[in-house]
Design a protein around this ligand. Structure first.
Ligand code: DQA
Length: 146
């Protein structure tokens, strides 16, 4: 079993970007945590981050036959990108959407996720712990699906 952990724009700056909202954990630490959760269950993790929307779509296309599922924090593209939604739908991989902050408690424009409808679930507002939850949910889904 292999999963993709994908991050969108500005998430390379985790740890220094608005720590009061996103916490002080770095992206590298999050990647290590997800790898630990997945490895403990016999799954491998490929990590990817980009600040370019098309590059995230390309990565989903390229990994569609390499990985079994995706944990995705699409950052701001969550709220804006029909192209990302279409890509998730097109690759037919199970995707768990994750956000560090509780997007529903923030600005109105963050309340709507354009990708939620094509993801198997959404984990929002649990900070760094949300990634472990999202990874476990994805692996549960993949294991049950067989
Ligand atoms: C985020 C929430 C988004 O609204 C925001 O644009 C981000 C981070 C989160 O993890 O809380 O970049 O996805």
């Amino acid at each position: 079993m292999q999963i993709l952990l994908a991050h969108g724009p500005n998430l390379n700056l985790l740890g220094e970007r608005r720590p009061e909202v996103y916490g002080t954990t770095t992206l590298l630490e999050i990647e290590a945590e997800v790898a630990a959760v997945a490895n403990a269950r016999g799954a491998a993790v490929i990590c990817f981050q980009t600040n370019h929307e098309g590059a995230l779509i390309d990565a989903l296309h390229q990994y569609r036959r390499v990985v079994d599922g995706v944990v995705l924090n699409a950052g701001a593209w969550t709220h804006t990108s029909v192209a990302l939604r279409d890509a998730i739908e097109a690759v037919q991989l199970p995707v768990v959407e994750v956000h560090l902050s509780n997007t529903h408690q923030r600005e109105d424009f963050r309340h709507r996720s354009l990708i939620a409808g094509v993801c198997i679930g959404q984990v929002t507002g649990l900070g760094r712990d949300g990634y472990g939850v999202a990874t476990a949910l994805l692996l549960d889904h993949l294991e049950t699906r067989g």
